[in-house]
Design a binder for this molecule. Structure first.
Ligand code: NCD
Length: 352
């Protein structure tokens, strides 16, 4: 149990806060993308590859389902979600974990005035793992810290904290980049353009953190001025010697980037007050852009998309956004296997 109050914990630098969520090289909670360092990323990628392979035949699928068949996970998702919710519940099923969920707080005792802290304490009594998505940026870290002092020290995974972070989406994005660049020297030294609402896009923010683990990576941030990448991320990139440039014109970079990470405008945060005259079309890919891209360039998107990637691009072999969807399931299963220390059993399986 940490010998700190929550207020004291929140005054610590993120690197010190991360230390509270790790024990014997295993994550007790995944709250921030900054917790994922290069060795852990590489080991999760190997584990995800092994789980993917073991899922190809019935006998080995059944073996995987024995690994956590005595464990239960709670999915507490009070913000809309399709992929993240389904891929976490599928990842749990792959490892044999049973799941329960609350998605609409109006169906829980929150409607009677129960605090979310109490609700989470209850979830942690019934379940061995809590996976949560909430609209407040800091709620997940507050709860993750408090959970360390609750009986059983149940692990927690951040599946999206407001407009701030989405570490497991960044993990699956990076796993996808790692696979795309498997034959071309890996992610190191690649030039990657992030496009769209970088200010409020939690996936782009978390991915920028993860990419600082890769020497030589150069980032290009393409966003309208109003939605530019925030200063906290830029400061982190400078501290970690990851060079970046900012632009409003994606077309000048299309021919020399190794990957493009598209995002949608996150206008759910506008609350109808900040109607702007931003021309979002300038931050979209068009089918005619495809001839300019390198043959090896890959096009990513966390989804859901709007018009920033027209369906005409989907059949291009460089479009990997539906691969991301699948990769998310394997890497989330790997993350859960790591947290519950069944990774060695997977890696030692002769069939992997
Ligand atoms: C993202 C999210 O929820 O932040 N989606 C996802 O998890 N795949 C991106 C978005 O909603 O635009």
């Amino acid at each position: 149990m940490p010998n700190l109050t929550l207020d004291e914990f929140l005054t610590l630098r993120i690197s010190q806060r991360c230390q509270h969520f790790i024990h014997n090289n295993r994550l007790l909670a995944l709250v921030y993308a900054q917790q994922l360092d290069r060795p852990l990323l590489e080991s999760l990628f190997s584990l995800a590859n092994a789980i993917r392979k073991l899922s190809q035949s019935r006998d080995t699928r059944l073996f995987l389902r024995t690994l956590l068949s005595d464990r239960r996970a709670m999915l507490y998702f009070t913000q809309p979600s399709t992929r993240t919710f389904l891929s976490f519940s599928t990842a749990c099923q792959i490892l044999g974990m049973s799941t329960a969920d609350v998605r609409d707080p109006a169906t829980s005792s929150q409607i009677k005035g129960e605090t979310r802290q109490d609700a989470l304490r209850v979830f942690s009594i019934y379940h061995d793992l809590v996976i949560m998505r909430q609209s407040e940026a800091d709620f997940c870290e507050n709860i993750a810290f408090q959970m360390l002092s609750w009986p059983g020290h149940k692990p927690i995974i951040n599946a999206g904290s407001g407009a701030d972070q989405h570490p497991t989406q960044a993990l699956l994005d990076l796993y996808t980049l790692h696979r795309c660049f498997a034959q071309t020297g890996g992610v190191d030294h690649k030039k990657i353009m992030l496009v769209g609402d970088l200010k409020r896009g939690r996936t782009a923010r978390s991915l920028a953190y993860l990419l600082t683990n890769y020497p030589g990576v150069e980032l290009i941030f393409a966003a309208p001025d109003e939605l530019a990448m925030a200063d906290d991320i830029k400061a982190h990139l400078r501290e970690n010697s990851t060079p970046f440039t900012q632009t409003q014109d994606i077309s000048t970079h299309l021919s020399d980037v190794d990957a493009i990470y598209m995002t949608r405008i996150q206008d759910e945060w506008d609350q109808g007050t900040t109607k702007t005259s931003i021309d979002y079309n300038r931050f979209g890919l068009q089918a005619q852009h495809l001839k300019t891209l390198k043959p090896s360039c890959c096009i990513l998107h966390p989804l859901p998309r709007r018009k920033e990637i027209p369906a005409a691009i989907d059949s291009d072999p460089r479009a990997v956004y539906f691969d991301q969807v699948e990769n998310g399931m394997w890497i989330r299963a790997a993350l859960i296997a790591h947290m519950f220390a069944v990774d060695e059993q997977i890696l030692c399986s002769p069939d992997k």
